[in-house]
Design a protein around this ligand. Structure first.
Ligand SMILES: *Cc1c(COP(=O)(O)O)cnc(C)c1O
Length: 417
């Protein structure tokens, strides 16, 4: 039987005998095959096709320091190691490390930096990451500067002697602006800084930042990777052994590790990532096209539309365009609110990346804590609506969006009380 592994991963130099025999190189297989087989070998003792949930907190040693690769579940757990192996294979990484949330991943990655370090972050970074950079990291002497990276060259203006890390997302949230990963990686490296890319929005199915020069790729697996809106989890993947050793040390030392059950669930979700992403994209393209053709819509932002200002970059650095669509409804906050109350299939809720379609109003929801000035800079207007297009049947989604648009604008505006 063939075994698909990425690398020995998640265990610290096991002294015991049960190190899995290295399988064929993962590059032999394509994405869907790896998603299903990497890190997922039948249990050698019972033959169970799906490895059992390993809830034990501690593992037997046959002599002091002699074990099967696991000692204590915070340091290493079989379900976590399997999930990490699968992520490493899909992100074209040598290593991956899982954490208890996307935010715990951010916190642990930033903890790699010595006090007095400077970080540069893209200006429309995820709200929780912004909060971490501005309200938590300064306590350990790490300062962040935020910069618009529509033009990668802007990075040069803010790099300092002590800049150790550059942190980007692409596409950004909620206005789906792209950052040129290769260009930013080259500049960051010129200054001796590591580039971290939060790849949550596209998932490894559509984008592999490590192939474009990034040093670390991070995910909130809470979104597309788990894909079913029922697990909070995060992961980081990398190729450099020193970076891995440092973060592996912090994973254990800080201890923000995921539960075995959450790893099991996220790994199960991961096995259909390729199928889900294809349908997310097909639906998102259809919804974006419908919105763009509607006179009730001011404009649509979707990297898969030729009208997106960075359509060319999207085609160059991504293999697809993802499931997030943002648009401005013709009208004001009340019009947008009526749209969000009129949808029947889309659920009004924060978060994204699950099989079910969601919609939200960034100005009052996900980006409510961003200052009005910053919102103006980022284009987060009162009529901006963000859709996480799910994998339901396309026609049903199109019908729902059409009827909600009509209801939203049909009502005659009443003067604000
Ligand atoms: C949700 C999200 C995070 C944070 O992840 P959690 O799992 O909620 O802690 C980080 N980055 C992006 C882009 C996200 O969407």
């Amino acid at each position: 039987m063939t075994v698909v592994t990425s690398t020995t991963n998640g265990t610290s130099a096991p002294a015991g005998p049960a190190t899995p025999a290295p399988g064929p190189a993962p590059s032999k297989y394509s994405f869907g095959t790896l998603a299903i087989h990497a890190g997922q070998q039948p249990d050698p003792h019972t033959g169970a096709v799906i490895p059992a949930l390993s809830l034990s907190t501690t593992y037997k040693q046959s002599a002091v320091g002699v074990h099967n690769g696991f000692e204590y579940s915070r340091s290493g757990n079989p379900n976590r190691a399997d999930f990490e192996t699968a992520i490493a294979a899909l992100e074209h990484a040598k290593y991956a490390l899982a954490f208890s949330s996307g935010s715990a991943t951010t916190s642990s990655v930033i903890s790699m930096l010595p006090g007095g370090s400077h970080v540069v972050s893209v200006n429309d970074v995820y709200g929780g990451t912004y909060r971490y950079f501005t309200k938590v990291a300064p306590a350990s002497g790490v300062k962040a500067t935020f910069v618009d990276l529509l033009d990668a060259e802007n990075l040069r203006n803010v790099m300092q002697e002590n800049t150790r890390m550059v942190w980007i997302e692409t596409p950004t949230n909620p206005t789906l602006r792209l950052v040129d990963i290769r260009a930013v990686a080259d500049i960051a490296h010129e200054y001796g800084a590591l580039l971290v890319v939060d790849n949550t929005f596209l998932s490894p199915y559509f984008q592999n930042p490590l192939d474009l020069g990034a040093d670390l790729v991070v995910h909130s697996c809470t979104k597309y990777i788990n894909g079913h809106s029922d697990v909070v989890l995060g992961v980081a993947a990398m190729n450099d052994t020193q970076v891995y050793d440092k973060l592996k040390f912090l994973q254990n030392a800080i201890g923000a590790v995921p539960a075995p059950f959450d790893c099991f669930m996220a790994h199960r979700g991961l096995k259909t990532l390729h199928l889900r992403m294809r349908q997310h994209e097909e639906n998102a393209l259809a919804v974006a096209a419908l919105l763009e053709a509607s006179p009730l819509v001011e404009n649509v932002i979707y990297p898969g539309l030729p009208s997106h200002p960075q359509y060319e970059l999207a085609q160059r650095q991504q293999r697809g365009f993802g499931g997030m669509v943002t648009f401005r409804i013709r009208g004001d906050l009340q019009t947008a609110d009526r749209f969000l109350q009129s949808v029947q299939l889309f659920t009004l809720a924060e978060s994204l990346g699950g099989v079910e379609s969601l919609c939200e109003l960034p100005v009052l929801m996900t980006h409510g804590s961003v200052s009005p000035e910053d919102r103006a800079v980022l284009g987060i207007t009162d009529n901006l609506i963000r859709l996480s297009v799910g994998v339901e049947d396309t026609q049903d989604l199109l019908q729902d969006v059409s009827q909600a648009l009509e209801r939203a604008v049909q009502v005659t505006d009443t003067p604000a009380a």
